[in-house]
Structures are given as C-alpha cells and as structure tokens.
Design a binder for this molecule. Structure first.
Ligand SMILES: [Zn+2]
Length: 178
C-alpha cells in the first residue's frame, strides 16, 4: 500500500499475492498483519477462518493490534465475493496501531483504506455507522436488482464502495479502489 520502508513494501506485495492465491484455491478468506518497520508479517504467516466471508485474526495478530505503536501495522485480506470493505473490516480502525487495511478482491480489484491521520472511533461505532449507511442507501440498489438492471453481485460491489466512500469522508480516512 502505502509508503514505508522497502522491506514493508516487499512484505505487503508478497502478502497481497498470497491472500489472493490461497483465497482462489480454497474460496476462503486469509488475513495478514504486517509490521511496517520490520518488513515482516506478524506470526510469520497468514491466518484463516476457513470461511468465505470472514477473516479471523490469530492470537498473535490480535495481540499486535492492541500493543504495537501507532500506525506501525498494515492489514491485508482477500474477498472471494470481490466486494469492498465490510463494516467489520473497518472497525479495526479503533486500533491506533493499524495504519490501514487492504482488500484483494478475486475479480482483480484492490481496495485500500488508510486510517492514519483520520479519526479513531470505537469499532462498534464504526460498525454501526457502516450499517446505518448501508440501510440509508439500500433502496435504489434493491430496486435495480428487482428490475433486472444489475445483478446482486454488481449491486453489492457498487453499494459497498459507495458506503466506504462516505465513511472515509466522514472519518477523514483515505480510500482508494483500483
Ligand atoms: Zn473483509
């Protein structure tokens, strides 16, 4: 993602490839946490929940989130569904140690959210804000699905993207899709 030491950039690149490769092979989510200054992954490996829509952190990864210094970690995980961040994904902004998070979508899209420099609300309030924004903006998507104009998957991708643009703006985060 973001700039950092070359070691961290290497680890980030490696991890973006690894989560997508493993994800494509298994259909499940994998998550890595990078120590930016050391250029290593926490626990030395990716963790998985063995589920297609949930990326569980290992105990070591979780411990790093709560104890590492501010903006010293980057998170990377894959989305078999190819949609943008969920509310749960963004709730990690509550940990000051997390500089930002990346989602590697299986359709080739990459989503990046940088929390550094922005607000750090509680995970619960981020999750609630995301859900509220989802509900507020849901109707036009549901209508277009019902009318056969877009598929459920297309709607979900665009809808989640729109929600995350709004949250980024409200919290002062930097959001990119490419
Ligand atoms: Zn996710």
């Amino acid at each position: 993602m973001p700039k950092g030491s070359s070691g961290a950039n290497f680890e980030y690149s490696k991890m973006t490839v690894a989560v997508k490769d493993l994800g494509t092979q298994t259909g499940n989510e994998y998550i890595g946490v990078i120590d930016i200054s050391a250029g290593t992954s926490i626990g030395g490996h990716l963790n998985t929940s063995n589920l297609p829509n949930e990326a569980a952190l290992s105990r070591e990864q979780m411990l790093a989130l709560t104890t590492a210094s501010a903006n010293s970690l980057d998170m990377v995980h894959n989305h078999p569904s190819s949609s943008s961040f969920s509310g749960a994904d963004l709730s990690f902004a509550e940990y000051a140690a997390v500089r930002g998070t990346t989602v590697m979508a299986h359709d080739g899209t990459r989503y990046v959210m940088v929390f550094a420099g922005g607000q750090r609300p509680s995970g619960q309030s981020i999750y609630d804000a995301w859900t509220q924004e989802f509900n507020r903006t849901q109707e036009p998507y549901a209508d277009r699905i019902a009318a056969g104009i877009i598929t459920y998957d297309q709607a979900r991708k665009q809808h989640f993207h729109e929600i995350n643009q709004t949250l980024a703006k409200n919290y002062g985060w930097t959001y990119r899709r490419y």
